[in-house]
Design a protein around this ligand. Structure first.
Ligand SMILES: [Fe+2]
Ligand SMILES: [Fe+2]
Length: 297
């Protein structure tokens, strides 16, 4: 281990204007909502009025989110370690809020399941593609960082975790929840939590976008690597949607499943478009990004 460098008592101090530090400040203000404060009484009533197909659609979404939040809570730590090892103080300060928020998301979906009385085994909703992503690809990419903290390994982890799982799959999930429940005017507690989650996740995705842009700026060859990785993951996002749609032309709430698929495809291209902005930028410009430039709500 090299000699320790203390930043906060040096002339550098804390980079208070940097993107990750501003994100940390925002997380302290907005990331304080408490899942346990949400009132699910109306959700219980709404749940009892839903038909079997509607329950099945919502339960699939909830169980995929529940397991997904558990997975990202358990899998984040190696990234924090890699960032801490590089002495990137402002980024690690933000990441402390990130992990806390994932824990709250895990708590939130369990509270929803408890409220609607679903205490049984739900893993049959974890389809083949779902398992490939959450049981294999995500943990493998994150665990790699325990022994390999190369820029490629960090970029791979961030593509899988921030760009794909959060930026494409979770965003598609919120869209699906709103499409089903907001239109029907039901499950207000679930939707309230989803609204909070979406804001938290915009910071997580914003950080991942910053991190990847920083890495691309420092190691320009990584852009092609990141693009190839996203290309590899794209068919999985499509088949995960198809497994959920299961050949239907109308969803259980009357929506058009094509809307969900189109949303996923748009997310995939938006993520790469934003990352491409790193090309030709100076590192100082990346640290100066505003929240809105990186899609932070
Ligand atoms: Fe989350
Ligand atoms: Fe997240």
């Amino acid at each position: 281990m090299g000699k320790r460098t203390i930043l906060t008592t040096s002339t550098r101090g804390i980079l208070e204007d940097s993107f990750p530090y501003r994100l940390y400040q925002k997380a302290k203000r907005l990331g304080t909502w408490n899942p346990a404060d949400i009132d699910f009484r109306q959700d219980q009533k709404d749940w009892s009025m839903m038909n079997t197909e509607q329950k099945e659609d919502i339960l699939r979404l909830i169980s995929q989110f529940q397991a997904g939040e558990e997975a990202v809570t358990l899998d984040l730590l190696p990234l924090m370690m890699a960032i801490a090892k590089e002495g990137r103080l402002e980024e690690e300060m933000f990441l402390t809020t990130f992990l806390f928020e994932e824990a709250k998301h895990t708590e939130f979906f369990r509270l929803v399941l408890n409220a609607i009385g679903e205490k049984g085994e739900l893993s049959h909703f974890h389809t083949e593609t779902y398992q490939k992503i959450f049981y294999e690809i995500l943990p493998t990419a994150m665990e790699r960082l325990v022994t390999d903290q190369s820029p490629e390994a960090i970029a791979e982890a961030s593509v899988v975790y921030n760009m794909f799982v959060e930026g494409v799959l979770a965003e598609t999930g919120y869209f699906s929840f709103y499409a089903a429940l907001e239109t029907a005017g039901i499950m207000p507690g679930l939707l309230e939590g989803i609204g909070q989650l979406k804001k938290d996740e915009s910071r997580h995705i914003g950080y991942g976008t910053f991190l990847l842009q920083r890495l691309i700026c420092e190691h320009p060859h990584l852009f092609d690597f990141v693009a190839a990785k996203m290309g590899e993951l794209t068919p999985l996002a499509i088949s995960l949607n198809q497994e959920g749609i299961a050949g239907r032309e109308v969803s259980a709430f009357g929506g058009d499943p094509d809307d969900i698929m189109n949303f996923t495809l748009k997310q995939l291209s938006v993520r790469m478009e934003i990352l491409a902005r790193a090309k030709g930028k100076k590192i100082e410009e990346i640290y100066r990004y505003t929240d809105s430039e990186l899609g932070v709500l």
